[in-house]
Design a protein around this ligand. Sequence first.
Ligand code: CP
Length: 323
Amino acid sequence: MAEPKPTKDLPQTPNWHRKDLLGIRELEIGEIEMILDTAAAFKTVGARDIKKVPALRGKTMVNFFAEPSTRTRTSFELAAFRLSADVVNISATTSSLQKGETLKDTALNLQALHADIIVLRHSSAGAPKFLADRLNSSIINAGDGAHEHPTQALLDVFTIREHLGKIEGLKVAIVGDILFSRVARSNIWALKKLGAKVTLVGPSTLVPRSFEEMGVTVARHIDDILESADVINLLRIQHERQRKEYFPNLNEYIRFFGLTKARGAKLKPSCLIMHPGPINRGVEIDSDIADGLQSVILAQVTNGLAVRMAVLYLCSTAARKVR
Ligand code: CP
């Protein structure tokens, strides 16, 4: 078999100092830009016949998902394969968490097995930081409660930059269940740091005015932003994190906030339609819009692979420096 080739465009000793990626909130603008530029270099690897580079050869990544996932888990796994790392997948149901072992003890055992990187999705906000403070392994947050989902925000801004050439000055609307969304929080941090104008759209129960403290504006009706938006990012209702419905019923939600075909006709032709997935067709987005020309929903998924390669590469390089 042919040997994986190095990627010429990557710095061999990147100026990156974090062994962990826990959230976007703590990142400097330059750090976000370094991840995006590194991801752009890795995206070219996906177009080669041999889609592998040797950057993480000999390293072991544990994909530890204590909540369900399709996109994030699969793309972290593929990203690690493409970097030539070894990968182990574990879930809450197949691990000894089921037998009462604590998250800390599980993670210490993974470290004792020489896991260099632990990618963690967990229902508790702060679980990745808890491990990062206690372990030498790199900890990558793959979504913690309603707190942050940093690689989702990074792939979202990567996709916007790829399609529209910039982030600064763009009008980005995030629509739906903001209160319970880690994707929304990470997106707000990333977009604001990169100079976008962010509007949150949803009912007062799901978009309280307190979000204005993050430097965003709030709208109560999707029709208020249709004609001006450069990007619309639609979010799923996070039923798993709501203790009760925060709006009267789904029909009411669709009436005020669903991106229907009729509403889609009012958008600028250049407006990007985004969704982190999984989508609920006919609720937050009509099928015609999800599958239409302005949708970049699957481009987001493709870009997630390059972004996660960049994050794994940069954090493991920094971990080597601190060990
Ligand atoms: N966007 C996202 O996190 O999707 P998954 O839950 O499928 O990973």
